[in-house]
Write a protein that binds this ligand. Sequence first.
Ligand SMILES: *Cc1c(COP(=O)(O)O)cnc(C)c1O
Length: 393
Amino acid sequence: MKCKSELQQFKVSTQLSMLGRNPDEQSGFVNAPIYRGSTVVYKSCEDIRNKKAKFSYGTAGTPTIENLENAWSILANAAGTVISPSGLGALALALFSVTQAGDHILVTDSVYRPTRNFCNSLLTKYGVSVTYYDPLLGGDIERLIQKNTRVILLECPGSQSFEVQDIGAIVSVAKRYNISTIIDNTWATPLFFKAHEHGIDLSVEAGTKYLSGHSDLLMGVVSANASHWPALRAAYDAMAMLPGAEDCFLALRGLRTMHLRVKEAEARGLEIANWLKIQPEVSRVLHPAFEECPGHENWKKYFTGSTGLFSIILKDRFNLNNVDDMLDNMRIFGMGFSWGGFESLIIPFDCTEYRTATQWAPEGMALRLQIGLEDIDDLKQDLSDGLKRLYNR
Ligand SMILES: *Cc1c(COP(=O)(O)O)cnc(C)c1O
């Protein structure tokens, strides 16, 4: 791979084309080979004693993993990156790297639900206490800081509910109190939000989504700024929570087209969201680029784009049965978790039962949509037919 300073002279699409490969070392082939393996053999006892080899054992890294780590560090403008086998695993790694028994952490109430489960189970079990905060409280987060508060975990926009936080205000409070910040940046990706340039210490990406882009991969990425990189790498090395070689290969392949897919997701997401906004069955559209989205002004302030995932609230006259009729019979939109692939998805959701710092009480049923690469008119037709089925019962 070309060195960091050389690559940083280029625009992002050029970088994505060149990152993580070096034909000069690959017998001229454009893409890097896949290195699999546990054992690395040494030439001499002296080499073992002096730890001379760049690679020492499979869990300590391979050229394939390193290609992806280095590529992401350049894209995210980070001091270092580790890759884990899932987005949730990456969040766990990030949290373990900055907490110890007796610490207190602040977590956004809009956080991805499995992250909340990790905090409430394993982290709590190891002696870390957790307070959830209203994602819209901005600088007032200062009031929730305790003597032992070590971490603020942000997610922007919120999973399912799409609140956009005042990242700058929260980061400046965190810096004043010497508190580490972690953001789940999966929705925007480093293409639309450069977390470290906004003062965030650790940025997590579920590579499962837009890095993969094809719903055929589970992967997590954590990038760190210089002050947080040693602890992150140490946590990773202690746990050996590393990805498989083929998965890194797929992720590197995904990286080449990520900017195209994400920009396309933005355009299509906006087109469908604007269309849904004027349908009589829809009460509100929760899309960060829309004024009616909570925290929209923060999206304008910090983000350079939007992607293809957003939610809608239906009018209050429709109930669970109506929504079942709509969703059970979609012809293109699939029903399933995850997102960021080529295919469109729609799922109902309800945050009522697990929120603790804020109340989720929308006026009607809530649906989350991921807009894929199918023909836009076909997608509108599928949604239009679906909205008509809301009246069936
Ligand atoms: C999907 C997702 C994750 C977790 O990624 P997995 O690879 O499925 O574990 C984390 N955060 C957000 C915002 C996600 O959408």
